[in-house]
Design a protein around this ligand. Structure first.
Ligand SMILES: [Zn+2]
Length: 189
């Protein structure tokens, strides 16, 4: 287990009042390079783009939009833990949202912990209609629901397919939804 909880490694993104990316800083470029997307995710190509363009799945987009709205309307700093695994590692992340002037929001992302997975698990995002039976991945806790099942499994407990990556669509699982939402409104926790 590696602890890399250092503020120096934070990724900082400022979102404008229309949910567009205004600035990206901190260790963004190192993170993009580590994910093999140094060129595709260059900061200058992201500035001005809607944040939701980079979020897969309607439920996940709504989740982020609701978080931003709550932060803006209540001027309450929010903190959420989430997972952003690579094929080899569990990546335990924490995100803070805080309102700046003119209803801009600063998102700070920090890697809290890296834990190697027992076996590599490669995921590939697919359109729901393109694959008959995709897995559903929770964008918050990174658990996976196999097709036709009600059970959400830790990535470590999913047996990876031999050759091809696992086809997934992205959503938010009932546990994460229930923890964060109450009577249709986002909880302040
Ligand atoms: Zn979840």
């Amino acid at each position: 287990m590696t602890s890399v909880s250092e503020q120096a490694n934070d990724i900082l993104i400022v979102i404008d009042v229309l949910d567009r990316i205004e600035t990206i800083g901190g260790s963004w470029q190192e993170a993009a390079a580590a994910g093999g997307a140094e060129t595709a995710l260059r900061p200058d190509s992201l500035i001005g783009q809607p944040l939701t363009r980079f979020i897969s799945g309607d439920a996940t987009r709504m989740y982020h939009e609701a978080l931003l709205k709550l932060c803006r309307l209540t001027d309450t700093p929010l903190q959420r833990d989430y997972r952003c695994d690579t094929p080899e590692c569990e990546r335990h992340m924490r995100m803070w949202l805080r309102r700046l002037d003119r209803r801009r929001v600063e998102m700070r992302h920090r890697l809290l912990e890296l834990r190697p997975l027992p076996h590599p698990l490669r995921l590939q995002t697919t359109a729901a209609a393109a694959t008959a039976k995709p897995f559903v991945r929770c964008s918050v806790c990174n658990r996976l629901r196999p097709p036709g099942s009600n059970q959400w499994l830790e990535p470590a407990d999913v047996v990876p397919p031999a050759a091809a990556p696992l086809q997934v669509i992205h959503s938010v699982c009932p546990d994460c939804r229930q923890r964060d939402w109450c009577g249709g409104r986002l909880r302040q926790r």
